[in-house]
Design a binder for this molecule. Structure first.
Ligand code: GLV
Ligand code: MN
Ligand code: MN
Length: 430
């Protein structure tokens, strides 16, 4: 080994800029939605960088991409580090990309220092984490954890009319690399991400040690009434789905978040058919994103939402259908992994605090496969899912440094007596 492995800040920051140029928007953000040309371009870029360092590249049938630095014992499950490269339609430069590029920087730091580890270290780029073009989100990691891609997902249609199965096949074909099995044993999983909220920045704390992820429910609500002339149809003759939707929304916005500061309720997409200025719509469709750290509260809120929608539809003489697009229960990471990240921050000389993630992440599904931990770094004004998203370079580098420290301890390549490497046989010791 030639010296202790270290993050090369200028390399990481240059890569963040280079990747942000793919799908760059006029307002300084990124639009690189899942399985689009831009997504394929960044995957190819990363695969090229991996090839240049002698790392192997593979992808699975969910188009998850893997970049692997071998250990000395090919029989051991690898340490996996990862995140995603897809973005929101008006997304930022760091949501996902920071985690992937910092994970790749860790592999390069190991390579630069000639670290010899028994276990391989591998970067995963998970497909369609955002879920904005195709639902559900965290699709690739969910398929990896379940070792299956549900056939109905292949038929899912994007907001732009594309079929998921077709886009997956085209993305896989665009990168001719060996096919990995969908789901394989891993020893542990680490993910660096921006906080996407205001807590760390407000406290000027560079590192968030994530203890878990709150639960998320996505619903697609469809309310059907009767199309009618806007000028001639009196109230008593209308079955107006927009009136039902508006009444329900007013009650839900007024009743959920103001009453429970832990709850998050968002309507992010709404459409009316036929969408004509002078016609009462026949159908209104909208999404609900509901989150809560407590599984029981989340379930109770879901029931309440159904009740409110049913009464509003009955009142307006409309029919209601609700489809569940995402159902992610709250997840807690193992205490031993949380402590390991805290110790990694201490070794790096960085202050940290524990934090629960309000956003969902691929780590939620990886936690079903192996001991998992997440590291957060602050973002400016807590803004994310917005082109203005920004991470100070010093925070990006700090996050990557803690990721490297945690990886070294799990690989047994650092002197971390209190947190020994993960058990040789597999994922039992966190
Ligand atoms: C992830 O992008 C989320 O919506 O939490
Ligand atoms: Mn993300
Ligand atoms: Mn996101």
């Amino acid at each position: 080994m030639s010296g202790r492995p270290a993050i090369r800040a200028e390399r990481l920051l240059e890569r963040l800029d280079r990747f942000a140029a793919i799908g760059a928007t006029a307002k300084g953000g990124v639009n690189r939605q899942a399985l689009t040309e831009g997504d394929r371009e960044v995957r190819a870029m990363l695969a090229g960088l991996a090839g240049a360092r002698g790392f192997s590249v593979a992808q699975d049938e969910a188009a998850n991409l893997f970049l692997r630095r071998e250990g000395t014992d090919a029989g051991l499950p690898p340490l996996l580090l990862g995140s995603h490269l897809d973005t929101q339609p008006t997304g930022g430069r760091f949501d996902g990309a920071l985690g992937v590029l910092a994970a790749f920087e860790v592999l390069e730091a190991l390579e630069d220092a000639g670290v010899v580890s028994e276990r391989a270290a591998e970067v995963a780029v998970w497909t369609n984490e955002e879920g904005s073009r195709f639902a559900p989100g965290a699709m690739g990691s969910q398929a990896f954890a379940a070792r299956a891609l549900p056939p109905e997902w292949r038929e899912a249609r994007s907001t732009d009319g594309a079929r998921l199965g077709t886009e997956l096949a085209a993305t896989i074909a665009a990168l001719p690399v060996p096919l990995a099995p969908l789901g394989f044993p891993i020893a542990a999983y680490l993910e660096l991400h921006i906080e996407q909220g205001p807590v760390l920045e407000r406290e000027d704390t560079p590192i968030g040690v994530v203890t878990g992820i709150q639960g998320t429910l996505w619903l697609e609500v469809e309310i059907t009434g009767q199309a009618a002339h806007a000028g001639t149809t009196p109230l008593g003759f209308r079955r107006d789905p927009m009136r039902a939707a508006a009444a329900a929304m007013a009650e839900l916005y007024g009743g959920i978040m103001p009453a429970d500061s832990d709850a998050r309720f968002t309507i992010g997409r709404i459409e009316a058919e036929p969408g004509s200025v002078n016609a009462v719509p026949e159908r209104v469709r909208f999404t609900i994103d509901l989150r809560h750290p407590d599984a029981c509260e989340l379930a109770a809120l879901a029931l309440r939402i159904r009740g409110v929608l049913e009464s509003a539809c009955a009142e307006a003489g409309c029919a209601l259908s609700i489809r569940r697009l995402v159902d992610m229960p709250p997840t807690a990471f193992p205490e031993a992994m949380v402590e390991r990240v805290e110790a990694s921050a201490r070794r790096a000389g960085l202050a940290s605090r524990r934090i629960v993630s309000g956003a969902f992440h691929d780590a939620l599904y990886l936690a079903r496969c192996a001991p998992t931990a997440m590291i957060f770094c602050p973002c400016r004004d807590g803004i994310s899912h917005n082109e203005a998203e920004h991470v100070e370079p010093r925070f990006a580098v700090a996050g990557a440094t803690v990721l490297l420290e945690a990886a070294l301890s799990l690989l047994g390549a650092a002197d971390t007596a209190s947190h020994p490497p993960i058990a040789a046989s597999g994922p039992s010791a966190a």
